[in-house]
Design a protein around this ligand. Sequence first.
Ligand code: UFG
Length: 323
Amino acid sequence: MKLFVTGGAGYIGSAFVEEALNAGHEVTVFDNLSEGHRAAVDPRARFVEGCLSQRPAVDAALRAAGAEAVVHFAARALVGESMTDPGKYFGNNVANGLNLLEATTTAGIRKFVFSSTCATFGIPEVMPMTEDLPQRPVNPYGESKLMFETMLRWFREIHGLEFVVFRYFNAAGATKRFGEAHRIETHLIPNVLKVALGQAESCKIFGTDYPTPDGTCVRDYIHVSDLAQAHLLALAPGKAGFYNLGNGDGYSVREVIDTCRAVSGREIKALEEPRRPGDPPRLIADATKAVNELGWQPKFPKLEDIVCSAWEWHVGHPKGYGG
Ligand code: UFG
């Protein structure tokens, strides 16, 4: 298929593009490189540097790509930042996203795959989390993604757009070629591995008084290649709907740090800090629906394997995409 991939220079997008090309798809990446990296775009893909805020540029790029499906990764995606700069989230994720949606339907493209998040659920009362739980986001990031989900529902109803929405839990790990390299890193695993690499003195544990077994937050870490595989399955004819993507296992911040110690064989100093605003205590997916309806089978469900792949990538790319 001819795919138009927004955010294909970003962390999850770059892993998807690699897998999509391996699977025989033709890929155009559209990315403004605000967070992504040119070097993270698989050289087999066509690359268009552009911003979703510029509707004519989006129209032209979609036309040139001859796109049959749009896979939309591009977004601002930091919970903490959204709590201080909500406008950035509604602007990028909602307003610019709407440009893409309109351009997609105007171009007559019927298939859309969207990267949503478990942050649309807020603080869930039921664990593990199925797709039908109430969505009550507790930060502008989750709200912006939910607003896009809502727009998709209406575009389906009115324009017949067929879509798959994936609500990711905590993306982690790397392929052999593409890994996690944010300009300002806030995520747990890369920050912990920086200490193992000798690039930081210590890592931080945000909150030790949560109602969890060891007092630190519990998350469901999912390998970026497994996320990519789910997107490929979503492109099959007739696939549509909302799917949670996680492994169904929760690991605490302390368990993640211990796993990083074991995998790297290095000492990792961890400092206990106050809670970070906006962090729910536990987020664990029930991905049964994706397994049953899409035939999704995660290949790397073990945290150790996920961390191992991240460690190998960071050792091979100590400066991320900068070196
Ligand atoms: N944490 C630390 N120290 C750090 C970084 C994080 O203790 O240096 C903690 C956080 O407080 C949190 C957990 O580790 O409890 C995971 O934090 P991340 O920043 O790695 O990931 P988040 O769970 O905050 O967010 C990620 C994505 C979001 C997505 C969310 C869904 O960034 O886009 O997962 O859970 F919405």
